[in-house]
Design a protein. Structure first.
Lengths: 227, 260
């Protein structure tokens, strides 16, 4: 026996009073979500954290987290297979939306990865590969802890100093058209955009879920900030 | 300013507990994995590696529980090694909260496993462990040969060529141990580290033989390692991770120093 509509209404009113948020972590089958889920649950013990590939659940959630690992082409194929492209586009325009790693890259127009991959075109710009220059050898992937230099004040930086360390693992980086959206930069060989904020969207190339206390603060800021 | 060199404490896990021992003799209980991992995290460890030394395979579930418990409370990269031989094993560990997997013997038995695994879960998850011993031939040429089973079984494979092959197959990182130096506290085999580093363009973790802080410095400065893995200097309380990092930072190595 399920709960009836009256009970449901009462329950959601109760949730609102408790400020219980539903945070949806989008599962499109392309990443190991367990680290993200564990970190989000750790910083939001009273919120309702769901892992979902269901459009209705994503539409009903209060905040969206869009992680991702692996290759761009497979990620895009997987997004289309699960018919998630339109709900990702819609939710990123309507509510707080956090892209992490590949979940940042596929928001762009196009990635150089896999002989070229068209992405979601939610944010204008492209995704490029790190290049080793003749004078400085840089290893690819960019793997390990690196500094993020704050480029502007933004609520996502609450209690996080400029030049704080985050954990990165990636071979490609974004090059957004609108430079004013860049709120964090990182140097690896050249300087690249490691955090952007545009309207509802925040996206980070590093892995806050693996960046110890600093990363947890970043996730907490995303979850607790009112937009 | 760029990516920092990493300090990685390595914990041996036997039946769900952290153990410390010298060369598998005199194994002592060194505590609950969550508590130990938390302590190293708070000391500024950049990653933590768990080596599952549980002998019996029917206890494989125990390591999944350990990873699950640690990953729920410690939010830095976790690597797990020991007895992993299939994509199924890898997925089970990643689903429990591991971020990377190290593979050794299984890659030698079946090099295609690395291709299959990196294709399935991404090369950032796949660390290939290389155990090598130095060889000098009749014309005084130095090479290194891969060994399996903790240095007991020679394979005839050249370690430097193997490193390049593993990079091609999709290894995201290499964990290089000198069997000549392991357990000796004489420092890393710097020539081996450097030879592999010159050949590949993926990160290298140096392991085996750390006795002093200078050994770690040399591994990074001369051996060109991107990360160093050490067990006994941390477990026996010789140094904390912070002390190691401050020493290396003072000598000009790029380190993530935390003040938690």
């Amino acid at each position: 026996m399920g709960i009836n509509r009256l009970q449901q209404k009462a329950f959601s009113k109760y949730n609102r009073r408790l400020k219980l948020n539903t945070i949806a972590i989008i599962d499109y089958g392309m990443s190991n979500l367990s680290s993200v889920v564990k970190a989000v649950k750790h910083v939001a013990p009273n919120d309702n954290v769901i892992i979902t590939s269901n459009s209705n659940e994503i539409n009903n959630a209060d905040k969206i987290i869009f992680p991702g690992q692996g290759a761009a082409k497979k990620c895009m194929e997987s997004i289309y297979d699960k018919r998630l492209d339109s709900v990702i586009r819609k939710s990123s325009q309507e509510k707080p939306f956090l892209g992490i790693c590949m979940g940042m890259q596929v928001l762009m127009d196009y990635s150089d990865e896999n002989q070229g991959t068209n992405c979601l075109s939610i944010i204008e710009g492209k995704v490029e590969k790190f290049k080793t220059k003749s004078n400085i050898k840089i290893k690819i992937p960019h793997m390990g802890w690196n500094k993020i230099i704050k480029k502007s004040d933004h609520p996502i930086w609450y209690k996080i100093d400029s030049e704080s360390y985050f954990y990165f693992v990636h071979s490609y980086f974004i090059n957004p058209a609108d430079k004013s959206s860049v709120i964090g930069e990182t140097k690896y060989g050249d300087i690249f955009s490691s955090v952007i904020a545009k309207e509802n969207i925040i996206a980070i190339q590093g892995h806050p879920e693996k960046s110890s206390y600093t990363g947890l603060q970043f996730l907490k800021n995303f979850i607790e900030t009112k937009y | 300013m760029s990516v920092t060199k990493r300090i990685i404490p390595c914990l041996d896990v036997d039946n769900g507990r952290v153990v410390k021992g010298v060369k598998f003799v005199d194994i002592k209980d060194a505590g609950n994995p969550v508590e130990v991992a938390k302590r190293y995290n708070d000391q500024g460890a950049d990653e933590i590696t768990f080596l599952d030394i549980t002998a019996s395979s029917n206890n494989r579930k125990t390591i999944l529980n350990v990873v699950e418990d640690v990953a729920s409370q410690v939010f830095i990269p976790l690597t797990v090694g020991g007895g992993i031989s299939s994509v199924r094993d890898i997925r089970a560990l990643l689903n429990s909260g591991a971020d990377k997997i190290t593979i050794n013997t299984a890659a030698i038995k079946n090099p295609e496993l690395i291709l299959e695994a990196s294709d399935a879960v991404g090369n950032q998850c796949i660390v290939v462990a290389i155990d090598a011993k130095k060889k000098i031939n009749s014309t005084n040429q130095i090479s290194w040969e891969i060994y399996t089973h903790g240095g007991r079984n020679p394979t005839g494979i050249n370690a430097v060529e193997w490193a390049a092959e593993m990079e091609q197959k999709g290894a995201g990182e290499l964990l290089v141990t000198s069997m000549d130096k392991d357990g000796t506290k004489q420092g890393f085999d710097l020539e081996l580290m450097k030879a592999i580093n010159d050949k590949v363009n993926i990160p290298i973790i140096a392991s085996g033989g750390v006795g002093t802080l200078e050994d770690l410095y040399n591994g990074i400065k001369i051996g060109k390692a991107d990360a160093v893995l050490a067990a006994s200097i941390f477990h026996f309380g010789t140094y904390t991770v912070n002390e190691v990092k401050e020493y290396l930072a003072n000598k000009g190595i790029n380190m993530r120093i935390t003040h938690e």
